[in-house]
Design a protein around this ligand. Structure first.
Ligand SMILES: [Zn+2]
Length: 390
């Protein structure tokens, strides 16, 4: 059984140990400070005899280290070092996760902890239940206050039944054995956990929630940063807010209201465009070309859905539709009823492509675009004269 040096001293990152098993790339040592991962906390990385440790796992009571290219035989001493910068970042993230969940749960006791992902790239807490920005920011405030108070993080071992009675936050069904390791952060949190934590909350520096997103199935992902990364992210987001406020032409304090108003205005604008497009397309008179009822027209900025629906209506009534909407480019919808002999795909090749456009669809219905909207008139001329060559 590997002696778990990380349990005795979570701050130990350089040590000497004897190889007790050597199997291919994998080594087991008599003692190890490498955390093999668990509880959502990533396994450590580092070096053994100068060679990179690419993976660490627990199996059969031993901690196994994957060290490609090693030539260490059983009985040899090895010099080992854990990648401390990475481990400390993960340790701090893991401690922050305890505190964040605890604060969120105090505000909403129905929340359940679904999953934890803590490594050097991502620090994520997944909960079952609803978390909005107000609740998240309140939790973040409480956690940062507890960080400023520099509360001691205490570890103790407790009997399983005792942990149950004392209402320690835990998934006892997931904990093996009769003894449970309990991590206590003052009055802030008490949880059963076999992961690695810091000794004082002040070590975290700061915690910043950087994203709240749906995890699917009624779950919410809460991403966060700790320490220098939290500070860096906070500054980056502050700069982003300030430059967005400049772009929107408002003081940063009004940014949220200004964006909300702009979105509402955009929605109203879209609804008006839909209505106007419907009216304009409904008023388009057909002209007869080689015995076909042809609805051809170019408009500044039509609603795309209305355009497609109008073209389908013409097609279903036995006619041909060439509809163009111009803005920064030209959008084109082509439709032709069966039996008219008009192939919309061929029209894309003969009229759109020579003007630098492209498109696709089927012979009876196609859509495309031209990068230069000023060619809309020429395009309609080309489409209509193609009919005369049928
Ligand atoms: Zn923990």
């Amino acid at each position: 059984m590997t002696v778990r040096l990380y349990r005795r001293d979570p701050y130990l990152f350089e040590f000497e140990a004897t190889v007790v098993r050597s199997e291919g790339d994998w080594l087991a040592l008599d003692g190890s400070a490498f955390y093999p991962g668990g509880g959502g906390q990533a396994a450590d990385r580092g070096r053994i005899q100068g060679l990179e440790v690419t993976d660490v796992e627990e199996a059969g009571g031993e901690v196994w280290h994957r060290v490609p290219g090693h030539s260490l035989a059983e009985g040899l001493m090895a010099w080992c070092s854990v990648d401390w910068q990475r481990r400390y970042d993960v340790m701090r993230g893991h401690t922050a996760e305890h505190m964040l969940f605890s604060a969120l749960e105090r505000a909403d006791p129905s929340l359940e902890l679904a999953k934890i992902d803590i490594d050097e790239r991502l620090k994520r807490l997944t909960v079952k239940g609803a978390v909005d920005w107000n609740a998240a920011l309140q939790a973040q405030r409480e956690v940062n206050r507890a960080i400023a108070a520099n509360i001691e993080v205490e570890r103790s071992a407790m009997e399983r039944d005792e942990a149950d009675e004392e209402e320690v936050r835990a998934k006892l069904d997931r904990i093996e054995g009769d003894m449970v390791e309990v991590v206590e952060i003052g009055d802030f949190d008490r949880a059963a956990c076999a992961g690695i934590h810091v000794m004082e909350t002040g070590e975290l520096g700061a915690v910043l929630i950087s994203r709240i997103g749906s995890g699917g199935g009624g779950e919410v992902n809460i991403d966060f940063e700790v320490g220098e990364k939290a500070m860096e992210k906070a500054l980056e987001l502050a700069n982003l807010s300030l430059s967005l406020a400049d772009d929107m032409g408002c003081p940063v304090e009004n940014l949220a209201a200004t964006v909300r108003n702009a979105r509402e205005e955009l929605e109203r604008g879209r609804a008006a465009l839909r209505e106007l497009s419907r009216l304009a397309l409904g008023a388009l008179e057909p002209r007869e070309v080689v015995g076909l009822q042809v609805h051809a027209g170019s408009y500044p900025q039509l609603d795309r859905k209305e355009m497609r629906e109008a073209a389908e209506r013409v097609r279903n009534a036995g006619g041909v539709a060439f509809l163009v909407s111009t803005a920064d480019k030209a959008d084109v919808v082509l439709a032709a009823a069966d039996g008219t002999g008009v192939d919309c795909l061929r029209l894309i090749d003969s009229c759109l492509r020579p003007m630098g456009g492209s498109g696709g669809g089927r012979p009876g219905f196609a859509q495309g675009g031209l990068p230069d909207p000023s060619l809309a008139g020429d395009l309609l001329d080309c489409l209509v004269s193609s009919l005369r060559q049928l």
